[in-house]
Ligand binder design. Sequence first.
Ligand SMILES: *[C@@H]1O[C@H](CO)[C@@H](O)[C@H](O)[C@H]1NC(C)=O
Ligand SMILES: *[C@@H]1O[C@H](CO)[C@@H](O)[C@H](O)[C@H]1NC(C)=O
Length: 559
Amino acid sequence: MTSITLFLILITLSSLIIPYFHLPLASSSLISPPSNQGQWNLLQPTIGISAMHMQLTHNDKIIIFDRTDFGPSNLPLSNGECRMDPYDTALKTDCTAHSVLYDIYTNTFRSLTIQTDTWCSSGSVLPNGTLIQTGGFNDGERRIRMFTPCFHENCDWIEFPSYLIERRWYATNQILPDNRVIIIGGRKQFNYEFFPKTITSSESSPSSIHLPFLQETNDPNENNLYPFVHLLPNGNLFIFANKRSILLDYKQNRVVKEFPEISGGDPRNYPSSGSSVLLPLDENLNSIEAEIMVCGGAPRGAFEEASKGNFIQALNTCGFLKVTDSNPNWIMKNMPIARVMGDMLILPNGDIIIINGVELGTAGWENGRRPVLTPVIYRSSVTVTESQRFSIMQRASRPRLYHSSAVVLRDGRVLVGGSNPHVNYNFSGVEFPTDLSLEAFSPPYLSPEFDPVRPIIRHVTSYILGYRVFYYVTFTVGKFGSASDVSVRILAPSFSTHSYGMNQRMVVLKLIGVTEVNFGTYYATVVGPSTQEIAPPGYYILFLVHEGVPSSGTWVQLM
Ligand SMILES: *[C@@H]1O[C@H](CO)[C@@H](O)[C@H](O)[C@H]1NC(C)=O
Ligand SMILES: *[C@@H]1O[C@H](CO)[C@@H](O)[C@H](O)[C@H]1NC(C)=O
């Protein structure tokens, strides 16, 4: 691994005026010829478990887990160990693994041990790189578990029983600017709480905080689980549940604003599982804008219809809401393919990929039909014309339905795994067998035809000048005549489950200048994020993008 990890210092001196000249803003000028639709590769035919939840770590491994009460998985625990769990609903003695650690560069994996049920849970990586996973089902519903990445091979999960104040099953987590994690909602939980637990002066033990919005958005099929949560540059949380969305000031438990309902009025959260991203925040703009993109899902009533064997067409719309506008309204656009249970990920060049899922039915056991095998890429750049926004990618061979997941890797590939719409692992006599494989999709920008413009990060340095901290990035951009159309971006890797990437965010750093130091070698001078609300402390992947083609990324720690 050649990544250079440095300590970058977050500057909060946004009022400082630094003389600089502007280069053109980042634009994805990459237009793929129709023949280039990316490429699929099978990485592992089986990792022994089905990838229901995934998190990339800053040492390029992926923590993967599903649930303990699927019964036996296809991977034994190491050293013949067994787990004794009198509460497990499937196996009281279980000698198989329900979690693995996958190593991207050696393409190998090893089993990890979880003691209690992690089914439909949530997670966030803390600023120091430790993953905290929260909740689950049954004996796991109030647990938290920690996994600290290690370079040796014996790190494993550590569990903390009864940590959570409430049961958290289908909750959403968001890392906060002050290093805490907020854990929001979950089944029959119309409230939120924090990690670590905070005690206010007026109470002796911590309690969760009621959020009526979650109750109001709970319809007969729920449709408000795994709410979409995005931390906005002003420090408030955007929360989308069912068809409604609010701005929450969590510090004062105050709903600052309610936005209009998403056009069409159909639900977008589990089990009507659409997905959502905060589009890249751009520090090069005079005043920072934040725009939410919500795509796909299932129409109201789809869950009931599916239980009667009637699998109705998923939604084919994406809604865009510029939440920093004073009176924003949803702008709707049509995707080329209707989709429910699609994962949305921010690619290194700022484009959005929508991958996995089905065209008919909804989330939940046995509820999906007609898998959508083709990912779609949405080009988010302002310079792209509307007719060029969406493009259809290469077809995958494996359906990824309920309980599948997807993450972006440092090298720009998208790794997908999972799919198990059945109560147990089931490999025969079913239309969509449980899938234990891992595959990678290489978006068009990875094609060798773009090598002539592909930038390479040589090294990253931080330089302190007075109170300001600049991040100096030296890079080589190959044999071409100009350094125009360059941007430097950081991406927080997401905790992926149930078609939603928690904590995912990209910030386009303020570009001060690009200087040629040698033929084809340049320095790009960029400034770190201006506030912790724009980019909370933690590990990010830094990418350099030139003419829409990203470099391979480098891990940086923002602190
Ligand atoms: C990160 O912080 C958590 C919570 O304080 C702690 O339990 C964990 O050990 C820390 N991890 C590292 C790598 O220091
Ligand atoms: C798999 O599903 C089929 C069809 O529902 C069922 O007959 C079979 O018993 C299931 N197998 C397992 C191992 O659950």
